[in-house]
Design a protein around this ligand. Structure first.
Ligand code: SF4
Length: 205
């Protein structure tokens, strides 16, 4: 019997009232995303919005994610750094991370599921067999790339750190006697604390 599609979804884009995808707590970035951005020539534009998330417990791994910013309308809430509040849309729409392209469908290695039930696009529109297959392919690829990133990132991080430590050790060894003295002086100086202006002091130009 032919498989019946239960997945109906249509992104409401600028008409989305809940900005569902932009308020996702975590927007994963994979090494595959970095490679695609590099191929497209956008890596240096997008990279400032990517942060390295350090493990919070022994079970966690280092991961990459998009940074967040407070919403102008409601500073208690944050959204993806690439969410344009005025336009109610994504600033990097055509290069958005794979996890955004697959949203709200996810795959966990065993089954497909909805990552958000609050997305108002879920249940909207007709999804053809081809569109369903495409959505599943994206969710599969996102699952695969997440796995690759979790495996490779600690190694990449440790290579970068090792390289940085080696470079700074070499730089320290190559310091001249004068530079070394200057550095010792700098390190032994007490840190200067800026005094708060008193009420009588005018702080304006
Ligand atoms: S990258 Fe774009 S689509 Fe993805 S969460 Fe951010 S604003 Fe939304």
């Amino acid at each position: 019997m032919a498989e019946k599609s239960k997945y109906n979804f249509k992104c409401l884009e600028q008409q989305c009232t809940t900005v569902a995808c932009h308020i996702r707590p975590t927007i994963d970035v994979t090494l595959g995303d970095l490679t695609r951005w590099s191929t497209q020539g956008y890596l240096m534009n997008i990279l400032p919005g990517v942060s390295l998330k350090m493990p919070e417990s022994e079970k966690d791994l280092i991961s990459l994610e998009l940074m967040r910013k407070p919403l102008k309308k409601d500073s208690e809430q944050t959204a993806c750094i690439f969410f344009n509040e005025e336009a109610n849309g994504c600033e990097i729409r055509y290069s958005r991370p794979l996890s955004c392209r697959a949203y709200p469908l996810e795959y966990n290695g065993e089954k497909y599921y909805l990552s958000s039930k609050d997305c108002p696009g879920v249940g909207q529109g007709e999804v053809s067999k081809e569109a369903l297959q495409e959505a599943r392919n994206l969710a599969d690829q996102a699952f695969k790339e997440r796995g690759e990133t979790y495996t490779a990132l600690p190694a990449v991080y440790s290579i970068i750190m090792t390289q940085m430590i080696r470079q700074s050790t070499e730089a320290m060894q190559n310091l001249s006697e004068d530079d070394r003295k200057k550095m010792d002086e700098m390190m032994s100086k007490p840190s200067e604390t800026k005094e708060e202006p008193t009420e009588s002091e005018d702080t304006e130009d």
